[in-house]
Write a protein that binds this ligand. Structure first.
Ligand SMILES: NC(=O)c1ccc[n+]([C@@H]2O[C@H](COP(=O)([O-])OP(=O)(O)OC[C@H]3O[C@@H](n4cnc5c(N)ncnc54)[C@H](O)[C@@H]3O)[C@@H](O)[C@H]2O)c1
Length: 251
């Protein structure tokens, strides 16, 4: 892809799964990558694998809900590599106990909003001052759950829809100053987290809905994030990209 060589990017929530695959792909394209994760050991393991393959990466502990921690992540990129060109907000969680609206405990709702939405605003607040210096890209991970109409959970889809609105705000407010913002909305991707928590029945139902003959791999999402960070997407902003094997078809 054009323009990723020597760019500097952050993957927040890159210790494993989609984030780790994305950090790896970005490094393969020549970008210098800082990986943050609540599991600092996972972030460092991912960075070490990248370095062993000749890439440039740093792994560090991050709590994406904590302003000082996100600021430290941005500072790590700038202090080590001199600039920040893109920021991928990808961490998620807090879905345990997230059930239908009538019964969901409000503390479960609050935690989901904090981890899946407010944290992405914190990332935006800390990344923008650096991105505005020379232009850059915010890329947020959402989910097909944002528009899928899930009957079994209420907070996570609300949080992810909020991410879409945040992305559009950033695209509209900072676009003339050279900052692009986009969302990637994965369908069912067979990450470690999915394999741990989802039933075989749910996986089979996902496969049934996909028009492609397989479910998603982390690399499928990584490719779209790399594209949105690259100069090949320099006229693309304010969009939600579903990468889902055709599980949902949208304009
Ligand atoms: N896998 C799927 O099928 C799927 C589908 C739709 C959307 N998504 C989205 O893709 C993204 C990645 O999902 P994944 O499947 O790779 O899951 P994952 O749980 O493996 O990845 C999330 C990462 O975020 C980290 N994290 C959690 N809390 C954190 C915190 N407070 N601070 C920093 N890091 C934290 C985790 O340790 C983990 O490494 C998420 O935003 C998720 O909502 C995934």
């Amino acid at each position: 892809m054009r323009g990723l060589k020597d760019k500097v990017g952050i993957v927040a929530g890159g210790g494993r799964g989609i984030g780790a695959a994305t950090a790896t792909r970005l490094a393969e394209e020549g970008a210098r990558v800082v990986i943050g994760d609540i599991r600092g050991d996972w972030a460092e393991e991912t960075a070490e694998k990248i370095r062993q393959n000749g890439g440039i990466a740093i792994g560090t502990a991050l709590d994406i809900c904590n302003e000082d921690s996100v600021q430290a992540l941005v500072d790590t990129a700038v202090e080590n590599y001199g600039r920040l060109d893109f920021f991928h907000a990808n961490a998620a969680g807090g879905t345990q106990g997230d059930i239908e609206a009538i019964n969901v405990p409000l503390e479960v709702f609050d935690r989901s909003i904090e981890l899946n939405l407010k944290s992405y605003l914190i990332c935006t607040q800390k990344a923008l001052p650096e991105l505005l210096k020379q232009g850059g890209a915010m890329i947020y991970t959402s989910s097909g759950a944002a528009y899928g109409g899930a009957a079994f959970q209420v907070a996570y889809p609300i949080a992810k829809n909020g991410v879409h609105a945040l992305m559009r705000h950033v695209a509209a407010r900072y676009g003339k100053q050279g900052v692009r913002a986009n969302v990637v909305a994965p369908g069912l991707v067979l990450t470690e987290a999915v394999k741990e928590h989802l039933t075989q029945e749910y996986v089979d139902a996902g496969l049934e809905r996909a028009v492609c003959p397989r479910l998603g791999k982390p690399d499928d999402i990584a490719a779209m994030v790399a594209f949105l960070a690259s100069d090949d997407s320099e006229w693309i902003s304010g969009q939600v990209f579903s990468v889902n094997g055709g599980m949902a078809m949208r304009d």
